[in-house]
Design a protein around this ligand. Structure first.
Ligand code: BDR
Ligand code: CA
Length: 318
């Protein structure tokens, strides 16, 4: 099987860093055409620097990185540095990378790259607020329709929110962008908190990654350990059947899905995003009943197999 052409749009971020490490590592399975960055967990200059630094540590300077939009479509940026540390990579020393981003023109890069490939071949993974993707859809809707799939980390249903009672961070940070993406009629697969809370970076995972001994595995282990040391009220879920034995590994699930889709269960659904209310900003209303939904616009991941995610990480960080 030839490697899957992929673009990763991200806001590193400790869990984005692990997702990037996995995507950089899986070179036999993923043809990583480029990485685009967005403002999110920390400001754009920092997410871009962090992506370049992770690329360097992974030894993948062949992959271009393009900075995207510095602000959500219609609002001021809201950072999540409580969860990621002031520089975005936890306690990891923030050095300037040897090589920076290729350009600050992520949207143009997306358009050119998707247009250059045959239709329905390029996958897009999105692990931050969907600002860049919404801008792509607004600027070049026909280009966006050429994507094979858009695999997103964002939203919450059964689990409730993690930034407010109702909302998951990536959707909350730019609800207008999420709304545009869900209305775009693409093939959309969504890893909300219901799925990512099933994949937790336990101490055993941290130890196993550290034992690999490679610089990129050590970085990933550091990211998990940082998240695991967060105050319990930041990482806990209130679900009694999901004890918080480690912080959720949200963003790596997206890359794991591209590598092993059989490890996840999907349910067709309709997703609508709240953009008006102050109280429930960024809430994802997810309807599984087709008769009520009208038409489905996404696939919601309902079940994830954490053992598969761990084995992929161990394989590709080695
Ligand atoms: C999402 O929000 C960010 O803080 C993480 O990187 C992840 O993409 C989880 O809600
Ligand atoms: Ca992220």
């Amino acid at each position: 099987m030839s490697p899957l052409p992929l673009i990763l749009d991200c806001d590193p971020g400790v869990d984005d860093a692990v997702a990037l490490a996995l995507a950089f590592g899986a070179r036999d399975r993923l043809n990583l055409l480029g990485v685009t960055t967005t403002a999110g967990n920390v400001a754009l200059a920092k997410t871009t620097r962090n992506a370049c630094l992770i690329r360097q540590i992974a030894g993948r300077e062949d992959v271009p990185i393009h900075a995207g939009l510095a602000k959500p479509l219609a609002r001021e940026a809201i950072l999540a540095d409580d969860f990621h540390g002031p520089e975005g990579l936890g306690h990891y020393p923030s050095a300037e990378p040897r090589i920076g981003a290729t350009s600050a023109a992520a949207i143009e890069f997306l358009i050119q790259t998707i247009e250059a490939a045959p239709p329905n071949t390029v996958s897009l993974a999105v692990t931050g607020p969907m600002t860049n993707i919404a801008a792509l859809i607004q600027k070049a809707p026909d280009t966006a329709r050429r994507l094979r799939e858009i695999v997103i980390m964002g939203g919450a249903r059964r689990e409730g929110g993690n930034i407010t009672a109702s909302a998951e961070y990536n959707i909350y940070a730019d609800p207008e962008a999420a709304d545009i993406v869900f209305k775009s009629a693409g093939n959309i697969i969504v890893f909300g908190l219901d799925a990512t809370h099933q994949v937790r970076g336990t101490k055993a995972w941290v130890d196993a990654m550290n034992a690999l001994g490679t610089p990129i595995a050590k970085l990933a282990a550091d990211m998990l350990a940082f998240s695991n040391a967060l105050p319990a009220n930041l990482m806990d879920t209130t679900e009694p059947d999901q004890p918080a034995t480690g912080a959720p590994l949200h963003d790596p699930c997206v890359i794991a899905y591209l590598l092993a889709p059989e490890a996840f269960q999907l349910r067709p659904c309709r997703i609508e995003v709240e953009t008006q209310s102050t109280l429930t900003r960024g809430h994802t209303a997810i309807e599984f009943r087709e008769a009520v939904a009208g038409a489905f616009n996404a696939n919601w991941v309902s079940k994830a197999d954490p053992a598969v995610v761990l084995s992929l990480l161990l394989r590709y960080l080695a």
